[in-house]
Design a protein around this ligand. Structure first.
Ligand code: SF4
Ligand code: FES
Length: 260
């Protein structure tokens, strides 16, 4: 059986990157508890469009927790307070009739607001472009048993690979650090045979790019792990630091920007 609720929303509205923004109050009426958070925003937007007002801009794509496009701060928590959940998978059954909900964009200097709840996360793409790939020809998929990978490494690489690049870790961190995202991407490839030839270069270049984008340093608050919808462990940040140290030991003169 479904129940409906009436909610009061306080939504960040900002027309352009440089324009001043403010929280605007909206009433969301007859919201079904079966709706996702984004479907609730869709209904509010239809009403706004019907009145000739500008709909609220927000990012989304797959709406099933795999693309990383969605993401807003809900009552101060990136993706809301349900653990391990993206905004698109957050259901309205987590809320109650009469609730007041504050909805804001990711807050980080490296993620400038594009409009309303949409931020520019291309800084994460540039970290990937700096080395988060395998540029060597690896041929077609080998027969699984011809390239054995230790179970622990394979599990760990898979865990790291589940990062969807949403940026909630950055939004949750008091330093706006992208360490968890970068660490997941470095670790994923460092644990697999295909990632070995470029392993040291990759760690150096990706960390240097992370710093160049203006993200803060990790000071082990752990807020990133708590906000991550995929449960990426901060243990990967320790692995990233080990990867970087070992890369620097191999080529001490080729150091990333933060060490110069
Ligand atoms: S580490 Fe988690 S929070 Fe950060 S970008 Fe990846 S999935 Fe999102
Ligand atoms: S819209 Fe793809 S993860 Fe939420």
């Amino acid at each position: 059986m479904s129940r409906t609720m009436n909610l009061t929303l306080h939504v960040w509205r900002q027309r352009t990157r440089g324009a001043p923004g403010k929280l605007v109050r909206y009433e969301a009426k007859n919201v079904s508890d079966h709706m996702s958070f984004l479907e609730m925003l869709d209904v509010v937007n239809e009403e706004l469009a019907g009145k000739g007002e500008e709909p609220i801009a927000f990012d989304h794509d797959c709406r099933e927790g795999i693309c990383g496009a969605c993401g807003v701060v809900i009552d101060g928590v990136p993706h809301g307070s349900s653990r391990g959940t993206t905004t698109c998978q957050l259901h309205m059954r987590s809320f109650h009739d009469g609730d007041e909900i504050t909805i804001e964009p990711w807050r980080a200097g490296a993620f400038p607001v594009v409009r309303d709840l949409v931020v520019d996360r291309s800084a994460l793409d540039r970290i990937i472009q700096a080395g988060g790939y395998v540029s060597l020809r690896t041929g077609s998929a080998p027969e699984a048993n011809s390239l054995p990978i230790a179970k622990g490494d394979s599990d760990s690489a898979f865990d790291a690979a589940t990062c969807i690049g949403c940026g909630a870790c950055v939004a949750a961190c008091p330093n706006a650090s992208a360490a968890l995202f970068t660490a997941a991407k470095i670790s994923h490839l460092a644990l697999l045979p295909q990632g070995q030839p470029e392993r040291a270069d990759r760690a150096r270049k990706m960390v240097a790019q992370m710093d160049a984008e203006g993200f803060g340093h990790c000071t082990s608050h752990g807020e990133c792990e708590a906000a991550c919808p995929k449960g990426i462990s901060i243990g990967f940040i320790a692995k990233m630091n080990r990867e970087l140290l070992s890369a620097m030991a191999r080529a001490p003169n080729d150091v990333p920007s933060r060490e110069k």
